[in-house]
Design a protein around this ligand. Sequence first.
Ligand code: GLA
Length: 388
Amino acid sequence: MNAELEKYIQNTSSYFEEKYSGAPTLVAYAPGRINIIGEHTDYNLGLSMPAAINRWVIVCLRPRPDQVISVTSQNYHDKMEYTLGQPFTPADSWEKYVYGCITIFGNQYKLNQGFEAVIWGNVPIGSGVSSSAAIEVALMNALRAAYAADMDDLTLVKMCQRVEHEYLKVNSGLLDQYASQFSREGKLMILDFNQLSSDYVDADMKEWAWILADTKVKRELAGSKYSERVRETADALKEIKSKDSSVQGFRDLTEKHLSLISDPVQQKRIRHLVLENQRVLKAAEALSQKNFEELGALLTASHQSLRDDYEVSCPELDFLVDAALQLPYCAGSRMMGGGFGGCTISLVRKDAVHKFSNFLTDEYAREYDIVTEINNYQLVDGAGSYKL
Ligand code: GLA
């Protein structure tokens, strides 16, 4: 097990002992994720290239003999408590995740007793590295282990996705939860949302590194605009299907179908989807050939498409990408995740990471008076759980 993770588990477990007197009986953990390329493709059954990072949510849990559920957030120093079968209204958003997971799990697998748990995490919130999926996946893994539920990993991530849909009211795809559950140390995943399957490729980047820069901008529009994109692309597919009977689903679409879409905005959305899927395949090829200049160019093309065709970027993200692209040791850069804030991901020469970070930090502070945070994450294994 990752040594850093082990240390965090020990801390969370000690905190549990303080709060609930006595040791937890099991622990579950789930990482955040990055996504190299393939953005806003998951809910349209496309392709992506994510990997889990060394930032986690940890759940320490112990069953209770009664019907009480008591969950403490170590980060927020806040506790939610309710009795199974009694009405409960989650107040904060962390409570919505927790209550959503427990309720969806409980509807499937009858909960005959309660539990107490502590949740702790260091996945940055609102940075586009999927802190919310990490909570869901960690807690769902804890529940599966605690109630010895016969549930495979794919069912588990789909149940986590339902939490987003039903409790957070965001119709997100499976990218975040899938990456959090299925990632492997040192690997990138080529994830096919149509098949719901993944291939793993070696993430050895030779003299290059993936560097994230955080805009620190809250993703306020993210929820509503996200749902708008889901609707726009679904409507466009419906229109294409009505005009071309050979089209069954998103993956049958090619550039030649764009002219069948009457709304020019929807046409741009589908163009992003079709070309982004092609870019994922080209990126996998470039990676296998260790052609990092090509890989970088694909990242930058992805950003242009997300900015101009899919319209999910924002001035701060564009600024960080443009600043990165001024530097000769940066092969490419793009916004990462849902957009409207969060962070960028850039492909940077390892020996220039320090210079890169300083340049971006200075430029961004000058323009926005905000201190960006630069990160170079390790790629780690996906979620897990074990008895203590
Ligand atoms: C968010 C969503 C994901 C995915 C990305 C964009 O992270 O939660 O499902 O759609 O945006 O690729």
